[in-house]
Write a protein that binds this ligand. Structure first.
Ligand SMILES: NC(=O)C1=CN([C@@H]2O[C@H](COP(=O)(O)OP(=O)(O)OC[C@H]3O[C@@H](n4cnc5c(N)ncnc54)[C@H](OP(=O)(O)O)[C@@H]3O)[C@@H](O)[C@H]2O)C=CC1
Ligand SMILES: N[C@@H](CC=O)C(=O)O
Length: 816
């Protein structure tokens, strides 16, 4: 790509995510480990960055380890030093050559030569004095290369060596000299160019290179965010978020989509493999949100850390630290105990019981400290297993569950953290994989959160919402369901913290905002729930066209809307394939027979090995009500308008009278029974005269009396033969496999099974291998607000039962 064209891509107004506040994006070593990884990172930057953002980088994967190895070889003066130096240089040279055009390649290779000459000098003459300088090359090379690649492929970019502005006052605690660092950073920033800054390294007050310690680049990113007041920091890494336990050890760990700040900090302190204790420190005084996302699959929503409401606060996780020491002494009681906990950054302690739990490397310092107090100490190998959650120490049920879960392990004590976000068990045994898995299971087994979005707030949607509060409080499978979205044709209301179900419609009236398709899809793609269910109670074909996208995002759909299930064969098959691929569930029992379990019955026969040969009956509640009631006393049109006002017709009653609604239903059932056909294969008798077919709904309703003479004639002819008229659907398959399907008005004998229904009832008659002579009959109310809304609730319970038993699959390094 030519530079001039490419650079245009990231001008402020063309940027895909036009944001005003600065964002910091940090890419870890594994995200930059190869040319292929760097290309992926470049794509992420193209999609997610604007020019005044800051990109912070770690050394390319493996480089820091290699530099450390070089350093140790230099100290030990091993003969392999030369070869190792050559290897590091070749790896960098290869990245440069693979990623840059020839002129830039040449320039960077020359700089690499100079760097390696300097590196060699330090390694040979004064490695100890220059340890940090030696390690700093990793980040320096990584930042330089990425900024060059960006300038070539995406936008003007420049590299900043963080040692030119970031000053750490105190090497040990890594405290930032904020004022000086901030001023210097602002002096270095260049307008309309994307800054790529080295992570991990800084200068101390003596102007020497220093490093920010283990995982220091994450810390660098949050320091820089606090210096510039960034709105967001994204840590792009090799996992797709923070999990309820380390997913490499606990396969059933679930992703925590949102973590309150305090909880995240406590997780970092207690051994979370992705978050580190220091990372969150610079953000405590700011409202900056921290995201953890996978650079291997940026489409997966990661974990967001910030200030959240009640739902995020319900999350629980389990973490552990092995290789600790339990130190018991009389001096660890009272004020001295508190002092000791602070002095040695104890993992935990109890100043009444007289113990602290420390990292092993603190043993010597603790012994010396105690010697000056003239007391004895007993050290015992120990570990910590903790359950972490917002203000978790105040939850008696969680305390009890945790205690019960640990009943077979060697628990020395349980301690509540002073910040109230963790309950820690001090174990005098190592925390094993088995123990961690068991405790995680006990603490989180019922903690999967399901977000619910209702699209369509009309006749049926409104009734569904009226029933929702009672359903949520009485059905166990719905315990973790949260109403998070309400959508109509033009407006939507979304709330990640949940919409109060008792006031859903009034909140919608008050707060809903205009929304378009891309905004809707963007919200749905980034929802913070383990699972998301969209209930489609719209009559809209347009909305049904979104199903493909829903399924691609792993979203589940409950449709009362018949469009998708009765769409073209190709589209229907493609929807089924997309849903299967992303394990999305698609339920639509109410598309036929409202709440009657007709789809379930057909599925059950099919799954049990039966083969269906015939499906027939009355599938329209509207037409059932009208024809069962129509005896010539009242005009047909009057009955149709009555059915409309009862909410049993389609929003446009011509959908019913034209036979299209019944035609769709027959198609849906035939497909459910395993047959491949389309609407065109089903003969359909349209009962709407040509003149009324193209009118607007109000005009059609005003002209409805034009229907009357036709139906009066049909009824009278039938009556003359002691018969009645009904709108019947029939599907059958012959022994040779020929399919016949039709829907239309039929004259039936008055004692036909289809002729004596309660008005509005549907009847489904199924013939199959197992139901030959005496067919299976399902009969009952087939339309109406209550039964349809109940049917959707039944689908919701079924879906949630299935989802509650699912486990999130962690994505490590983009491997499916
Ligand atoms: N009545 C019954 O007995 C049964 C009905 N059904 C099905 O239920 C569905 C709903 O029927 P009903 O409640 O009577 O319909 P209504 O006309 O009363 O309500 C439809 C709702 O859908 C919304 N809507 C329309 N288009 C879109 C769109 N593109 N995106 C988002 N929202 C949209 C409308 O919003 P707005 O107000 O902004 O236009 C409205 O809120 C239909 O598919 C019907 O076939 C299924 C079984 C039985
Ligand atoms: N109009 C439909 C409503 C449900 O699908 C019917 O009458 O059956």
């Amino acid at each position: 790509m030519k530079q001039s064209n490419a650079a245009e891509k990231l001008t402020a107004d063309q940027n895909q995510l036009a944001k005003h506040a600065i964002q910091v994006h940090k890419f870890g070593g594994s995200s930059l480990a190869s040319a292929q990884c760097i290309v992926r990172v470049v794509d992420i930057i193209r999609q997610h960055c604007q020019l005044n953002d800051i990109v912070v980088v770690s050394a390319n994967g493996g480089t820091t380890d290699a530099l450390f190895a070089l350093y140790h070889q230099a100290i030990l003066q091993t003969e392999t030093l030369e070869i190792s130096l050559h290897d590091i240089k070749s790896m960098q040279a290869q990245l440069i050559s693979e990623l840059l055009s020839s002129s830039n390649e040449k320039r960077l290779l020359t700089q690499l030569d100079a760097d390696c000459a300097q590196l060699k000098k330090w390694l040979e003459n004064s490695p100890q004095q220059h340890q940090a300088d030696i390690l700093a090359f990793g980040e320096l090379w990584s930042a330089r290369l990425l900024s060059e690649v960006l300038s070539e492929k995406v936008c003007p970019s420049f590299m900043v060596d963080s040692r030119d502005f970031l000053v750490i006052d105190n090497d040990k605690a890594c405290q930032v000299n904020t004022q000086v660092s901030k001023t210097q950073l602002y002096q270095l920033k260049q307008r309309h160019k994307l800054a790529v800054i080295t992570g991990y390294i800084a200068k101390n007050s003596q102007n020497e290179t220093c490093t920010l310690g283990r995982n220091g680049s994450d810390y660098s990113a949050t320091i820089m965010a606090s210096l510039v007041g960034a709105l967001n920091v994204t840590l792009w890494t090799d996992v797709d978020g923070i999990y309820s336990a380390d997913p490499r050890v606990v396969p059933s760990a679930r992703k925590l989509h949102r973590l309150p700040n305090g909880v995240a900090k406590e997780l970092g302190r207690l051994g979370n493999p992705v978050l580190h204790a220091k990372t969150l420190q610079p953000l405590t005084d700011h409202s900056t949100h921290l995201h953890v996302a996978s650079s291997f699959d940026p489409s997966i929503s990661g974990t967001e850390i910030g200030k959240f409401g009640q739902i995020a606060k319900q999350e629980l996780s389990v973490t552990f630290l092995n290789d600790l020491l339990l130190a018991q002494s009389d001096s660890f009681t009272g004020n001295l105990g508190e002092q000791a906990q602070q002095e040695f950054s104890a993992v935990c302690g109890d100043d009444k019981a007289g113990f602290i739990v420390i990292h092993q490397e603190q043993q010597k310092a603790v012994s010396q400290w105690l010697a000056s107090h003239d007391t004895e100490v007993k050290f015992t190998p120990a570990s910590i297993l903790a359950t972490v959650g917002h203000k978790v120490i105040h939850h008696g049920d969680v305390q009890a569950r945790f205690k019960r879960s640990l009943r077979h392990s060697k628990t020395f004590a349980r301690v509540n953290s002073p910040n109230e976000h963790s309950i820690m068990a001090v174990l005098t045994q190592a925390c094993t994989t088995e123990l961690l898995n068991n405790v995680h299971h006990d603490m989180t087994k019922d903690a999967r959160h399901i977000g619910l979005v209702v699209a369509g707030l009309g006749n049926i949607g409104e009734r569904f919402l009226e029933m929702l509060p009672a359903q949520l409080s009485r059905v166990p499978a719905l315990e973790n369901v949260h109403l998070v979205g309400l959508v109509s044709s033009k407006k939507a209301l979304f709330n990640n913290d949940g919409i109060e179900v008792n006031q859903a419609l009034s909140l919608y009236q008050k707060d809903a905002q205009p929304i378009d398709k891309s905004e809707l899809m963007s919200w749905l793609a980034n929802h913070p729930y383990d699972e998301l269910v969209v209930v489609d109670v719209t009559p809209s074909e347009q909305f049904s066209l979104l199903y493909e996208d829903f399924f691609k995002q792993g979203i589940h759909v409950i449709g009362a809307n018949k469009w998708a299930a009765s769409s073209s064969t190709d589209n229907y098959k493609s929807l089924l394939a997309s849903a299967a691929k992303s394990k999305s569930l698609w339920f639509g029992n109410t598309t036929v027979g409202a709440g009657l379990p007709i789809n379930y019955a057909i599925n059950d026969l099919l799954n049990s090995g039966d083969n269906i040969t015939e499906i027939s009956g009355i599938f329209s509640g509207t037409l059932s009500w009208i024809f069962e009631t129509y005896d010539g006393t009242l005009p047909f049109s009057k009955l149709m308008l009555d059915a409309l006002s009862q909410g049993i017709t389609e929003p446009d009653p011509r959908e019913d009278l034209s036979g299209r609604d019944v035609q769709r239903k027959l198609l849906i059932l035939a497909r459910a029974a395993g047959f491949e056909l389309s609407l065109a294969d089903i003969k359909c008798q349209n009962l709407v005269p040509d003149a009324l077919q193209t009118l607007s709904i109000p005009d059609f309703l005003a002209a409805a009396d034009q229907l009357d003479s036709f139906f009066s004639e049909q009824l009278n002819q039938a009556k003359e033969q002691q018969c009645c008229i009904r709108y019947i659907a029939r599907f059958s398959v012959s022994e040779s496999g020929k399919l016949t399907a039709k829907v239309g008005l039929e004259v039936l004998s008055n004692n036909d099974a289809f002729a004596n229904l309660t008005p509005c009832d549907n009847i489904f008659q199924i013939k199959s291998g197992w139901y030959q002579e005496n067919p299976l009959i399902i009969r009952g109310p087939g339309a109406g607000r209550d039964v349809t809304a109940s049917g959707i609730h039944s689908d919701l319970v079924n879906i949630c039962q299935r989802l509650n038993t699912r486990q999130s699959q962690v994505k490590l390094k983009g491997i499916d």
